[in-house]
Design a protein around this ligand. Structure first.
Ligand SMILES: [Zn+2]
Length: 544
């Protein structure tokens, strides 16, 4: 048949031309009757039966939410080119949901097709759209899949909400956690060993407040090399997420207000730490904001106060004639106070090492501090001696009883009774003794651990990174330093450091009343003695 003949037949309505529209979508492929081959077979069979001529076949792999689909656009463009034709063509698909899932858009598109003289038809849901009542049927065909979709989404939504309320984290594990499946086949999130540790470190840094968040992020980025989930954005979101202290947020829904529930996952950090970090982030606490450029050369930035006006000194660099940089701590106020950073840093290290005894002194030192402590706990020692002598008496009594039993002077029942009674007493006394010596051991241990840490502090400072330096400064000096151009002064020191310094002066014969930071030590010491007496050594000896 020639081309001319066909168009004549079409014009006389003897032969109809049909374009086929097949839509598949990845999530529907599995459903029976929705595969591409299946749709194509049924459409072809239908055209054969009706004697329609198939012109073009459009195969779409796209959602039917809108008509903004690649193949659909092509189809409409093709139809527009033919708009001058005087005859009507057919656009065939299996069901109306292949055409659209959106009622209002479907009506508009049907109108558009009509102006192009194209009649859309779902071959398995035939509708004569010239009959107005059939539009209701069309609405039904179009809406049914959408209703089904909405219902499915709603079920998922309620299911997720219920799970959340039970404290279960839904979805991809946040930074610092991994998705896992338990023995009961339930999904849960567990702390990621590396990511978790880095985040925990970051929270601690925020609370320590020696660096601003941007600087902490830069350090985190270095630590997290090779862990691509540590993006800047993820990090900034993470440090605000209460999930890390074990809470899950339930968003508001209908009458229900948004609220928190206790999560089933293991918290990365304690709630107190998280809350404190939030306070720092909210800017309610003193914020130290040294610029990053010059950190290496300005480790004391944010700790130094202006000796004239009391403002915090800031730091900066200026370029010398040879292209070298010179660093300064300076006051931003009117007083124009300005110190060379190199000298200021050097003096600080000198004063610091005067304050801290040399490493060789450690043992001498612990011994003498323990001696001090023992003097204060003489009462305990006498208790211990008493218990030991009681134990000796009881042991002698048992030995005698055994001899008497062997000699036939003590019968079996009496011996058993005596043994039971004595053993009970021995056990009780041994437990008491254990408690006493434990306390002693604990104190020795704490002293050793705490003091050793403190004793090497000047060396650790010199050899440490900026970060470590700043940690040492903030743990030793609860208040700011004032540099007057010659030396640093500060009103208060960590009390353990004070104790060490005093011991040191005694041992090295340094005369009382002078010390490297011009402190008034008398008050500190009274307080420290008190702490020792109440056994709260942990407080003053731990430096971290
Ligand atoms: Zn000033």
């Amino acid at each position: 048949m020639g081309k001319y003949l066909i168009s004549n037949l079409v014009k006389k309505n003897i032969m109809k031309i049909a374009d086929l529209y097949i839509r598949v979508s990845t999530d529907e492929q599995a459903d029976k009757g929705y595969s591409q081959r299946d749709q194509e077979e049924r459409l072809m069979r239908y055209c054969e039966l009706k004697g329609y001529t198939v012109r073009n076949i459009y195969i779409e792999d796209y959602s039917a939410k809108t008509f903004n689909r690649p193949q659909w656009t092509k189809l409409i463009a093709g139809l527009r080119k033919q708009r001058n034709n005087k005859y009507t063509t057919l656009l065939l698909f299996t069901k109306w949901d292949r055409f659209s899932r959106n009622i209002s858009q479907a009506y508009q598109t049907i109108d558009l097709l009509n102006t192009l003289r194209v009649e859309p038809q779902g071959i398995e849901q035939p509708l004569d759209l010239s009959v107005p009542e059939n539009k209701m049927m069309l609405a039904f065909y179009l809406a049914a899949p959408e209703v089904e979709n909405d219902r499915r989404a709603l079920n998922v939504f309620h299911g997720m909400r219920r799970a959340k309320k039970e404290g279960r984290w839904m979805g991809t594990a946040p930074l610092g956690y991994t998705n896992q499946i338990g023995e009961d086949k339930r999904k849960f999130i567990a702390i990621h060993e590396v990511e978790g540790a880095i985040l925990r470190w970051a929270f601690q840094q925020i609370v320590d407040n020696n660096f601003n968040t941007e600087q902490i992020w830069k350090m985190v980025r270095q630590k997290a090399a090779g862990y691509p989930r540590f993006s800047k954005n993820n990090f900034w979101v993470a440090i605000r997420n209460p999930l890390y202290c074990g809470k899950i947020f339930i968003p508001p829904f209908k009458d229900e207000n948004g609220h928190f529930v206790r999560g089933q996952h293991e918290a990365l950090i304690p709630e107190m730490l998280f809350n404190e970090a939030q306070q720092v982030l909210d800017g309610r606490k003193r914020v130290i904001k040294p610029k990053i450029v010059s950190m290496e050369n300005l480790p004391l930035r944010g700790f130094l106060k202006c000796p004239q006006c009391g403002r915090m000194l800031t730091g900066s660099a200026s370029k010398g004639k040879m292209g070298n940089y010179y660093y300064y701590y300076h006051c931003s106020g009117e007083c124009k106070v300005r110190f060379k950073a190199e000298n200021t840093n050097k003096v600080f290290v000198e004063q610091l090492s005067e304050l801290i005894p040399k490493p060789g002194m450690i043992e001498v030192y612990i011994l003498s501090v323990v001696e001090d402590f023992k003097n204060q706990t003489k009462k305990q020692d006498s208790e211990r001696r008493q218990i030991i002598s009681q134990l000796e008496q009881l042991n002698t009594r048992m030995q005698n009883a055994r001899i008497q039993k062997v000699d036939g002077l003590l019968d079996d029942d009496d011996f058993q009774m005596l043994k039971q009674d004595t053993n009970a007493k021995i056990e009780k006394l041994e437990a008491e003794l254990g408690n006493l010596s434990d306390k002693h051991k604990e104190i020795n241990f704490l002293l050793e651990k705490g003091l050793k840490k403190l004793l090497g502090l000047d060396l650790r400072y010199v050899n440490g990174t900026v970060e470590e330096k700043r940690e040492i400064v903030s743990s030793m000096f609860p208040e700011n330093l004032v540099f007057d151009g010659v030396q640093h002064r500060t009103p208060r020191l960590n009390s353990a450091v004070v104790l060490i310094y005093q011991k040191n002066s005694e041992l090295e014969g340094i005369k009382k009343g002078t010390n490297p930071f011009e402190l008034d030590l008398s008050q500190e010491v009274t307080q420290l003695r008190l702490e020792l007496r109440t056994h709260r050594l942990r407080v003053c000896c731990s430096t971290n």
